[in-house]
Design a binder for this molecule. Sequence first.
Ligand code: PHE
Length: 334
Amino acid sequence: KEHLKEVEAFISDDKEAIEAFRIKYLGKKGLLNDFFAAFKDVPNGQKKEFGQTINALKQTATEKVSALKGALEKKSEKKGVYGDLTRPGAPIELGARHPISIVKNQIIDIFSRIGFNVSEGPEIEDDWHNFTALNLPEHHPARDMQDTFFVQTDPDILLRTHTSSVQVRYMENNKPPIRTISPGRVYRNEAISARSHCFFHQVEGLYIDKDVSFADLKQTLQFFTTELFGKSKIRLRPSYFPFTEPSAEVDVYWGLETETDYRMTKGTGWLEIMGCGMVDPNVLENCGIDANEYSGFAFGMGIDRIALLLHQIPDIRLLSENDVRFLEQFKSTF
Ligand code: PHE
């Protein structure tokens, strides 16, 4: 019983002391074996108590040894991992933003500074929002300009060919004044090459208020291109879109004159970056806006092409191949 008390009280974090303790009680020549050997000489009246006591002693000692050894092991394990607090940590690999996201965020940031909010809509659209409301009724030849992917065989359901569809939705649900840009992915059934893909990304803008003029459009575009490309020259060429009248194509001068600006390096002359125009009164009326009271402008650009320009990426397909060697290069960009 004395030994039982001793065993219960024993505590140590020293490997050798624990081993000595084990040998003393549980070793081949240990006390427990002596006790078991002595059992047969114990007088009958005491056998039961003696037996219970040595069994308890054996159990307690065994448990004690394994508990102390376990604690010791844990401690040395911890030492291995946390022991040297001055050791440098394992670096966590950070990913990079995709160039499309980088450029999209830049564009959103620029327009938000002049009061434009961001609106989004579905990529699977109906005919009304993608075409008809935008002054492209059925059989309108301009529908062929945008090779459309239809969803299954239903000609009413399609993958949007531009985010002008979001502008229609926005006009249907909001009253002027409206200042909104609509970024998003769009789809066209085009041959895939270094310059074009069957899906790409757009930011389209819409401004509707009383007395909005073409001069407002031009000034807004000049502000935008200067913010995005640095000191820049733009030129508007007459063009045609069913939803705007008059319509224009916007070129930015990607030239040597601006070579000192770090964002422009290789001079290649005039490059087309977007379409724009004054919103056709038919479109306003289709969307429930009184064209006698309000006017507005709209514009639309491809993010992918602008990303190619800004980052001198030679092939649009790189943007969707997920090659980490390509993507890693944008790590330092915000
Ligand atoms: N929706 C046109 C396109 O996808 C771009 C555009 C938008 C042109 C707004 C004019 C006005 O090509």
